[in-house]
Design a protein around this ligand. Structure first.
Ligand SMILES: [Zn+2]
Length: 150
């Protein structure tokens, strides 16, 4: 999936789920991390360690707080920069985890081992194809219809 599609799908999903722009925005930035972190090694190590879900689940566990799911933007601001940073990193990691799920529907990703890619889910389209564009539009339409707003 392309970076634009990752951003749209992740932001839309978490905004509909939480109604919180800070959470959706943090996750959207996180959804770009797995591909961007590969940098110059993109061609030799695409979808390896940077796409291993275990790293992001561990990060989410480290940054978890009980109010992570329910905090409002104003409450977050009042609790201080350290707590706000922790919330950002939790949702940033959640966005990276969603990136892997989104990649899993358009190709192989690491599952049991970080350097061995496997087809975890059925391939719905090829990255950058018209099928991907149609998927993003359809997914957002379904979210819109099911949530009543976007
Ligand atoms: Zn990716």
């Amino acid at each position: 999936m392309t970076g634009v599609s990752h951003s749209i799908v992740t932001f839309a999903t978490l905004y509909v789920a939480t109604q919180n722009v800070f959470i959706a925005g943090s996750a959207m930035l996180g959804s770009l991390f797995p591909d961007k972190s590969e940098g110059l090694f993109w061609q030799s190590s695409h979808r390896s360690y940077s796409h291993w879900f275990v790293l992001y689940v561990a990060a989410m566990a480290c940054f978890w707080t009980p109010e992570a799911l329910f905090v409002t933007g104003i409450q977050m601001w009042q609790t201080g920069i350290l707590h706000m940073s922790r919330m950002f990193l939790f949702w940033f990691s959640a966005g990276a985890l969603l990136h892997i799920l989104e990649d899993a529907i358009c190709g192989p990703v690491p599952f049991l081992y970080p350097n061995k890619r496997t087809m975890v889910l059925p391939r719905l389209f090829k990255t950058g194809s018209v099928g991907e564009c149609l998927f993003v539009i359809t997914y957002c339409a379904i979210l819109y219809l099911s949530a009543g707003k976007l």
